[in-house]
Design a protein around this ligand. Structure first.
Ligand SMILES: [Zn+2]
Length: 305
């Protein structure tokens, strides 16, 4: 017996609907939930420096005798994961006295308000980041692509706003007891993008650590007619020069993938010198070279138009 075409279409449509509603949507929802709750093992890096972030987005704890410092706030779902990680390592959330912001986007500043509430720590942000972070990501000049701007205006990228207690200028050092972390404004990814440098004492050596702010240009940015982000081209070029001038042993980024967090962590578990795999000047230089090459390519493409 052959089904008339009409019936066949109906049968296929019902089958697709059953498959989507009964199987695919629940699978997708489960995957999203699992992803939202994904955890990473917190771990030691070197000296008084620890990783306390999530699998994709990082956060770092620097222990001090007079209070600890936390770099990076994670996204809006990460605050409690960071705190759990701090406690899993045996440290106390209430010892965190300073939160250092890196950039004002949802994935790096979204957790700051939760962290501030749970720790009572004071938040430090660069001049250019401060207003955006204090507004929960609203009016962010580094969102330049028109559809994204419209979405941002509708509040899609908004996060709960933390209180910015201190504004830092380029070259300014934040002190918590003997801890000293210097802010370098490295704009391009965002006008207030902040790179933090400090030293850790690991056994009998001092290691220079750079928490490098993002070098990815805002999606849809024009380097030749930068109406949405004036000065983006010179900002980026200056940042690359600044970043190349910094002394570096260990480098870190907000996105763990960028500095090879998991690979280095796995290698450190087996290494005779556990900090060894994190010492990576070559990887740091290469990351800047790659970002600069992408910038030059984009610039050449846009100049040709
Ligand atoms: Zn960002």
């Amino acid at each position: 017996m052959r089904l008339p075409l009409r019936h066949l279409v109906l049968v296929v449509a019902v089958a697709v609907a059953v498959l989507a509603g009964g199987v695919l949507v629940p699978m997708w929802r489960q995957a999203v939930e699992r992803n939202l709750d994904a955890r990473a093992d917190p771990h030691h890096i070197a000296g008084n420096l620890y990783f306390v972030g999530a699998p994709a987005i990082t956060a770092f704890l620097l222990l001090g005798a007079d209070g600890d410092v936390l770099i990076g706030g994670g996204d809006h779902l990460m605050g409690h994961k960071i705190l759990d990680n701090v406690e899993q390592l045996g440290f106390e959330r209430k010892n965190i006295r300073a939160l250092l912001a890196t950039d004002p986007h949802l994935d790096e500043a979204g957790g700051l308000a939760d962290l501030q509430d749970a720790t009572g720590a004071e938040l430090w942000a660069s001049d250019a980041n401060a207003d955006v972070i204090a507004a929960g990501g609203f009016n962010d000049p580094s969102i330049v692509y028109t559809p994204y701007r419209l979405m941002a205006r509708a509040g899609i990228n908004k996060y709960r706003a933390p209180r910015v207690d201190h504004k830092v200028k380029d070259g300014e050092t934040v002190h918590v007891g003997a801890l000293a972390l210097t802010a370098h404004i490295t704009p391009g990814h965002a006008p207030g993008c902040t790179t933090w440098t400090f030293t850790v004492r690991d056994h009998d050596r001092d290691l220079h650590v750079v928490h490098r702010c993002g070098l990815e240009l805002p999606y849809g940015a024009s380097l030749t007619d930068p109406q949405q982000y004036p000065g983006i081209r010179s900002d980026f070029e200056r940042s690359v020069t600044t970043l190349r001038s910094l002394p570096v042993d260990i480098w870190l980024t907000s996105q763990g993938r960028e500095y090879g967090r998991f690979r280095k962590y796995e290698a450190s578990l087996k290494a005779e010198d556990p900090a060894g795999p994190f010492i990576d000047l070559e990887g740091y230089r290469k990351s800047i070279d790659n970002a600069e090459a992408a910038f030059r390519k984009l610039l050449a493409e846009q100049e040709r138009k």
